[in-house]
Design a protein around this ligand. Structure first.
Ligand SMILES: O=C(O)CCC(=O)C(=O)O
Ligand SMILES: [Fe+2]
Length: 508
């Protein structure tokens, strides 16, 4: 049960849980304080608190709307324009608490003219920004008799401490850490495993001289992409340091180099260069036709990336310039708790925000044998192997640079992806009609022996896939894999086929 108790206000309420397995728990008096979260600014409480309250509930004054459950009411409000939403919010406390929800106002913002502007005044919330309200103009209505999980839950998710999820990492889960690696070591042993290098990017001028303040001085008027909007960096910084969204808007810009006029690579004056240990990047042979491959990433604490695999079966590195990131990762074939993949792998449905996933699924996920976790701090770089699932959350406001690449060891994965899943290939310009053949043609000219090896491994993969498919549908004739035995098989189970296991999710 989740309750909030702000009797010790000012300032803090407690998220308290009862747990039958805990010896101290024996009735409501024995509530365990798990972590503290600030009390809701309007005083809204979780539904459970209603049963401990002596006063009335604001819901009683809802009139006709009373028949609607909170979830439905919230959905209905999504259809209102800003004037109606604001006016309806002034009809009673319960509707006020609903109508002030910043998720509703974020959608209104994104559909408004303001969303097309690069510079404007951020007022601390989406509602205040849409309505142009300064802090003095904001009224504060006491909603301490509003009991609603629908309203309280997003608040908990915006404030819950990340600490308990990102610390006490079981040692078997810990992502390996090295000072640096040679390409030979990477190619031989590490191209399929995540790792952090602690002394690899420290000579980058970007690491030595960038921080948010410095970038703000240099690029305050430059527009960067943050999800659906293009905002001047000064606007993004106003947002970043004065907002409390459950899923903060994340600056993720692939054209940053042009916008910031950066040199990248071995040139004189370059801001950074790719680390040697990953060896040749085969997508470099695509030249200007290569898909989007590098991003500048900036975000506040709690911003980050929900579970995904990187595009086109590429591998990636992610270098932290400022801040620190918590990573939780799983090999390609693992069914990650709380992450649902469509049959053809084209859609990933991870429920809701990072905070929600941590609350609901982290404990279970951490216990999986294949789970890998770690913190990548400023000055460190993390390797994301091709096909690995990852969720990332910033523990502090931060800056990172990431780049996707194709190491020789993953050429067959990339060829297979481009060939077998053309509808899932992303990041290429529209003019590139056939990425698979383009890649093959370029490699044939520039790196024929690597192509040959890649095609040989691709053919092998396809034979393995066919074999596993036959096992799955009961066509396999070998004694130990009789149709009967394979009848209980289902996709996505990690069932010990060694290397082939990684391909399970790729069965068409
Ligand atoms: O920094 C992040 O939020 C993670 C970005 C990411 O998913 C990656 O670099 O592959
Ligand atoms: Fe990623």
């Amino acid at each position: 049960m989740l309750l909030s108790n702000d009797k010790d206000a000012p300032g803090f309420a407690y998220e308290v849980t009862t747990s039958p397995s805990h010896p101290e728990v024996d009735g409501p008096e024995a509530l365990i304080i798990e972590s503290s979260i600030p009390s809701h600014p309007l005083g809204i409480k979780p539904l459970g608190n209603q049963y401990f309250s002596n006063g009335g509930s604001a819901r009683d004054s809802l009139g006709t709307f009373k028949i609607l459950p909170d979830e439905m009411l919230a959905q209905l409000l999504e259809f209102l324009d800003k004037r109606t939403l604001r006016a309806l919010g002034y009809t009673c406390k319960f509707l006020y608490a609903h109508c002030i929800s910043d998720d509703l106002w974020k959608s209104i913002f994104l559909e408004s003219e303001l969303a097309k502007q690069s510079s404007f005044q951020w007022h601390g919330s989406w509602r205040a920004t849409v309505l142009g309200l300064s802090s003095k103009q904001r009224i504060h209505i006491d909603c301490s008799n509003v009991f609603s999980d629908v309203l309280h839950r997003p608040f908990v998710c915006s404030y819950i401490s990340l600490h308990r999820y990102t610390t006490n990492i079981p040692s078997v889960n810990e992502i390996d850490r090295f000072d640096d690696l040679s390409y030979a070591e990477f190619a031989e042993k590490w191209s399929n495993k995540p790792f952090v290098l602690t002394k690899c990017i420290q000579s980058w001028p970007a690491y030595q001289s960038w921080n948010i303040d410095k970038l703000l001085k240099l690029y305050s008027d430059v527009s960067f992409r943050a999800e659906a909007v293009d905002w001047a960096f000064s606007t993004y910084c106003q947002y970043m340091f004065n907002s409390h969204d459950e899923s903060p808007l994340y600056l993720f810009d692939k054209r940053f180099a042009e916008k910031m006029r950066l040199e990248i690579g071995q040139e004189q004056g370059a801001a950074y260069w790719k680390p040697d240990c990953f060896g040749p990047d085969l997508f470099e042979f695509l030249g200007p036709e290569r898909p989007a491959h590098r991003w500048l990433i900036i975000g506040p604490e709690r911003s980050g990336s929900t579970f995904h695999k990187d595009p086109n079966a590429t591998s990636a590195w992610n270098a932290v310039i400022q801040g620190a990131k918590y990573w939780i990762m799983f090999p390609p074939s693992v069914s990650v708790p709380g992450v649902y993949v469509s049959k053809d792998n084209s859609e990933v449905t991870s429920p809701l925000s990072i905070a929600e996933w941590l609350l609901e699924f982290h404990t279970e996920a951490r216990q999986l044998r294949e789970c890998r976790e770690g913190i990548c701090k400023a000055g460190e770089i993390l390797h994301v192997p091709s096909g690995w699932w990852h969720l990332v959350v910033n523990l502090e406001p931060g800056i990172a640079l990431t780049q996707n690449f194709v190491p020789k060891s993953h050429i067959a994965d990339v060829l297979s992806f481009l060939k077998d899943r053309p509808e899932q290939v992303t990041g290429f310009k529209k003019e590139v009609a056939d990425p698979y053949n383009l890649f093959v043609d370029r490699l044939r000219v520039e790196y024929p022996e690597v192509l040959e090896e890649g095609l040989r491994r691709l053919a092998e993969k396809q034979v393995q896939k066919k074999r596993m498919w036959d096992i799955a549908i009961g066509n396999d004739v070998a004694d130990d894999q009789s149709p009967k035995k394979s009848a209980g098989f289902s996709f996505g189970f990690g069932f010990g086929f060694g290397d082939v296991e990684d391909e399970m999710d790729e069965i068409p």
